[in-house]
Design a protein around this ligand. Sequence first.
Ligand code: CA
Length: 464
Amino acid sequence: MGDKTDPKTVVDPRGHRPLSKGRETYSPARNNPAPISGGSHYRGRPTEAPARGTEQEKEEQPEAGGCTHASEQMGVLCPTGCELKTAILKQERSVKEEVRRMQKDVDDLSRSSNTIYNYVDGMSSALRERQLVSNGKTEVTNTHQYTDDLETQHVYAKEAIDTVFPSNIRILQGVLEKIRMKIQRVEKAILAQRDECREQCTVSCPIPVVSGKECEDIYRKGGRDSGMYLVQPDSFYQPYKVYCDQTTQNGGWTTIQNRMDGSVDFGRRWDNYRSGFGNIAFDVGKGHCSTPGEYWLGNERISQLTKQGPTEVLMEMEDWSGNKVHAQYKQFTIQSEASRYVMAINGYSGTAGNVMLEGATELSGENRTMTIHNGMMFSTYDRDNDNWTPGDPSKQCSREDGGGWWYNRCHSANPNGRYYWGGAYTRYMAKHGTDDGMVWMNWKGSWYSLKAICMKIRPYFASR
Ligand SMILES: [Ca+2]
């Protein structure tokens, strides 16, 4: 009747890995450089908006069809379908092999049963003959004994052949048939997927002619629509595609991370996180790529962008009821791979909670310090650089918590964690019993996985 909450339902914060009793120690100290601050090569934007740039001409880029773009540096274009297709194709190969082997088994079995059948047939006629003979000469008792034994064996053998073998073969054939039907269904699904994929990919994503070093540069050059653009921060490197948010807080944001529907797997290796993965943007029927996909821009690119000068970062998130909060930091620098992409961050404002610098507020003391992300190196499940007993291969945050991230011991925020549909999840649903969802502890706690989260960066300049 009353709406008292059970005092026993204490939500266990799993972000940290408490010290075990004994001599284990935790050292928060890390040799981390401060984020880049000070003068920017950008001045504040003029108060009055500059004359709108010439109407953006769209340039059609060649499309290969299928999942990959004709031009390699353009990366993967086709959204959700391709991930699925790859997974199904992988599955199909192994099942096909299995069925081939089973087919061979069934053939062998049916051959050997034929042989035995012939053998028993021979035995049957031999037995008949013998019986005729023994009926004529009743005094041969030894033969009689022999005939009885033979008859018993014959009955067993015949039984095996007439009922056991055929029923075994029938069962096997049934299994085979089921697998064959499954494969047919998979093949049908693949074909449908292939068609869909082809269609989505041939609707080319025209790349606006306006390009620049990053999205702020593009904004200043007149690229005012949010969408996919080609950027080239440094003429030494190949240009690449990014999603620019040109509307939030006056635009100029380069999206470095985006999650919104779980279509892309974020449990990836170091190399993947280094070079980036996922789908930059797609076209939902407007003729241009104005909808961002799920992606990680890549640690190399993020590092390069943030090292060009003072950079701010904006993390926007949404829960499954449509509520939105954000965390913004005026300074954000990612060092190079040689420094294992160590993160330095400072200057919080926002509504989501300052997890990066303060850790999880539901924890205290050392347990809380363990969840601070500032100053941490990047870790993936195949490259452990976290602060949880460095050197011990059994203590790896990334392996347990689902994605690549600047883990400490382990986290208060886990934007690259696993995608859980619906929000609330439990330790029993988690792969390792840990809070491996898309967690932001200071907003929703450990056992709530966000619906969407996005990280975007912009060159920081004081007068805005
Ligand atoms: Ca570790």
